[in-house]
Design a protein. Sequence first.
Length: 256
Amino acid sequence: MSFDHHHKTAFVTGAGAGIGRAISRRLAGEGARVAVTDVSLASAQETVAVIEEHGGEAFAFEVDVRDRAAIARAASTVADRWGGIHLLVNNAGVVTTHSFKDLTEDAWDFVVDVNLKGQFLVAQEVTRWIAEAGGGAVVNLSTVEASVVVTSGATAQPHYNASKGGVPMLTKALAVELAGDSIRVNCVAPGPIATDFFDLETVTSEAGMAFMGQRLLVPRVGQPEDIAAAVSFLLSDEASFITGIQLPVDGGWQTR
């Protein structure tokens, strides 16, 4: 199924690779002009090249989601270039491998600032333009770890869990506050997805699949395109009566 995003401009963070690139490609393929933002300009430009190769329209911006001024500059440039912004995808995210006992304040601040504060900063700057354009939609990216702890051992990366756990409540609060501007806000919670965000060799190994097979009802690791499809739906007019929710896209991980 394809959704119609013609005559719309989308602002996507963390779009230089993985899920962010898949989302950008999907939206561009369905007619949207895409502002591809990433902390790595080279990675963002690679995504733009892929989109343009398939006939889409996109532009790359170097944006660290912890930097309000950089976000504001990019949003203003996008709005001027394409006559407004209509869609926002808060995808940028990071993780570091720390247990509770060895977790440093610097690691805590880094992960929480990108994963949670970054979504707040981007939403605050970009939704001003969405409101000015007459409304639109926002999708934030959380994870199944916003609801459950996923670990095959004793290390749970509590800073990552805490940062992502805040996303569904931020989503609900923004859905309430931005409803008056005709802006819907939802989030998508991916399960295990095959991207460089994880150690793919470990995840897809026999032992890794055996661990995940205890939870997954769909017997495979998810693909970035699975998340892109859900994001595209929630941004589309087909989801015009949906706001404030978290949609798990996890192969049934949280079912049992």
